[in-house]
Design a protein around this ligand. Structure first.
Ligand code: AMP
Length: 574
């Protein structure tokens, strides 16, 4: 393994890099830096994100650009504002103690006049997104005629995002004598055409096999019905209490919806998509980067270029049609040599797509089973116990409160104490996951969540504040619905009886009958509450969460089963 010193970089730069904590060069750095340092040849690097390519082009660039001159000598183009800022930030960190550069990032969604002011002060290196750079060119606020080096980072992404014309225009403003360094994770036709049109005899470097994904990513899929995707997602999240994850959805609406459902279910989640203002996006990204936010739900476009370290899981709510999308999504995890897990949620019909991606990636997908309720309970319980073991005890301040605590618990043995303590938190999960169906689809596309003899009705799902603790059984629920609203059995789908509450599904046309029928109804002296719960395709079957507000078992006296369950019902409407 080579050292940074041996690559030909100047001493000051090597020192800076070592100070940052990079000890040895990554493979792409080892191979690219000596070539780029010559400064006399075009270059094409085929490498995934996360391989260290920013330093691979950034370090030679910082050595080649002259900080004694004020004119713009290098231009780095990146597909997104996030990636642009990341690159500018890295370049500043690498060069801080080495040369006095003025590095300016220009990107959309932020004051253009401020950026023009910075550029006019004299920027040796400009990092830009193509759209904003075109604005600056059109306003004649930037002079590209002195450019010696152009870096096209994530070229495939820029072309995917429709920047082809912008790139053509930008490159036409740069001198023919410049060197162009292009980096791309994939090599579609459009990238080849850029190479053909704008580069001469480039040095080509492939790190890892072309189109082969990052080997540190473990590719998995779970096979569930479309409508079970959200409950399956929650199981996966509950089964990984320490997850730091990115969830991808196809559309902005889905992204917002999934994020909102998760937030409502008390997960630490938020959304990132194009309908948000730049300020909102910045805020979300800041929370995610600082790990104040645990789960980010994003669209493909919004998440491009996100480089956040230590993302443990990338979850795809659907499998993308384009291979490139899959590569970029999953490439957000397993960065800087770390391991990462990618989980695609698919229906049986999408199995073909998985096989296709598998072939191109040359990396097998593993079928992962959606955890069962028991798996989740076990995981959560152990996570809680781990927390107990790790908790920092503030000996001094707790001391005065302990005698009373010891007194209160003095007759309990250690196993008793552990059992009770664990139950405080555990009961919520146990309640929620008791009788939870198996969400995995079998080879014929069915799952046990179909329920025996039950139909799935495309309609609405209701929450009702009566359940097993009120002595309810399915037949009783059917009878109650019929008597109060006139909606009969054949219009009713799945009934899920829980402790103090239940869910039932009815055909869409009957929704109003239910809402009207249940108005003012009391059951055993208690006001009956019936509400439509959110549930479209992929909606939350299980409705509950780590902190399910409604689902707490009631300690009231409903548990007694009476022979005539409706005897003490007061029918206000009847
Ligand atoms: P990149 O592919 O440039 O986005 O880099 C991915 C991650 O690897 C970034 O977080 C870098 O800070 C880190 N990195 C790059 N080069 C090295 C190196 N030689 N040693 C350790 N970490 C590195």
């Amino acid at each position: 393994m080579k050292s940074f010193e041996s690559l030909g970089l100047s001493k000051g730069l090597v020192e800076s890099v070592l100070q940052i904590g990079f000890e040895t060069p990554t493979p792409i750095q080892e191979k690219a830096i000596p070539v780029l340092l010559n400064g006399n040849r075009d270059f094409v690097g085929l490498a995934q994100t996360g391989t260290g390519k920013t330093a691979a082009f950034g370090l030679p660039l910082l050595d080649l650009v002259d900080d004694a001159r004020r004119d713009t000598q290098a231009l780095v183009l990146a597909p997104t504002r996030e990636l642009g800022l990341q690159i500018a930030n890295d370049l500043e960190n690498f060069s801080e103690k080495f040369k006095a550069f003025n590095i300016v990032a220009v990107y959309g969604g932020s004051s253009i006049s401020e950026q023009i002011r910075k550029v006019k002060k004299g920027a040796q290196i400009i990092v830009a997104t193509p759209g904003r750079l075109i604005d600056l060119i059109d306003r004649k606020a930037i002079n590209l005629s002195t450019i010696q080096y152009v870096v096209l980072d994530e070229a495939d992404e820029m072309l995917n995002m429709g920047f082809k014309e912008d790139l053509d225009k930008i490159l036409s403003f740069t001198p023919d004598t410049k060197n162009t360094w292009l980096f791309s994770a994939t090599m579609p036709r459009e990238v080849k055409s850029i190479m053909k049109n704008y580069m001469s005899d480039p040095f080509e470097l492939t790190v890892g096999e072309q189109n082969t994904g990052n080997v540190n990513i473990e590719h998995n899929y779970v096979m569930v019905q479309e409508r079970d995707k959200y409950p399956a997602l929650k199981r996966i999240l509950d089964d990984n209490p320490d997850i730091f994850g990115l969830i991808f959805c196809r559309t902005r609406i889905d992204t917002q919806r999934i994020a909102e459902m998760l937030m409502k279910d008390s997960y630490n989640a938020d959304a990132l998509h194009g309908d948000l203002t730049q300020q909102q996006r910045d805020r979300v990204m800041m929370k995610f980067r600082s790990r104040t936010l645990q789960i980010l739900v994003a669209t493909d476009v919004a998440a491009r270029g996100i480089d956040v370290e230590d993302i443990t899981h990338v979850i795809h709510m659907n499998i993308p049609d384009e291979m490139e999308f899959y590569t970029h999504r999953s490439g957000r995890t397993a960065r800087a040599g770390k391991k990462g897990i990618s989980i695609a949620m698919i229906t049986r019909r999408e199995l073909g797509k998985v096989k296709q991606i598998e072939k191109t990636l040359k990396s097998p997908f593993k079928r992962m089973m959606v955890p069962t309720g028991a798996n989740v309970c076990q995981k959560q319980l152990l996570a809680l116990m781990h927390k107990v073991r790790e908790v920092k005890v503030n000996e001094e301040e707790i001391a005065e409160f302990l005698p009373a605590v010891y007194e209160e618990l003095k007759d309990l043995t250690k196993p008793e104490l552990i059992k009770r303590f664990a139950s405080i938190e555990f009961n919520r999960f146990l309640d929620y996951y008791r009788n939870a169906p198996d969400l995995n689809q079998d080879d014929r596309g069915r799952s046990s969540s179909d329920g025996e003899g039950e139909r799935y009705i495309t309609g609405s799902r209701f929450f009702i504040n009566l359940g097993k603790m009120d002595g309810m059984e399915k037949g009783d629920m059917l009878a109650l619905i019929d008597e109060t609203s006139g909606v009969t059995k054949q219009h009713i789908g799945r009934i899920e009886l829980k402790g103090a509450y239940s869910f039932f599904e009815v055909e869409k046309e009957k929704v109003n009958d239910i809402v009207n029928g249940f108005q003012g109804i009391e059951y055993k002296g208690r006001q009956v509450r019936v509400e439509v719960t959110e549930r479209k395709d992929g909606g939350g079957r299980e409705g509950g969460s780590r902190d399910y507000k409604r689902g707490k078992p009631s300690t009231g006296g409903y548990a007694k089963k009476s022979n005539n369950k409706y005897a003490d019902q007061k029918r206000k409407r009847y």
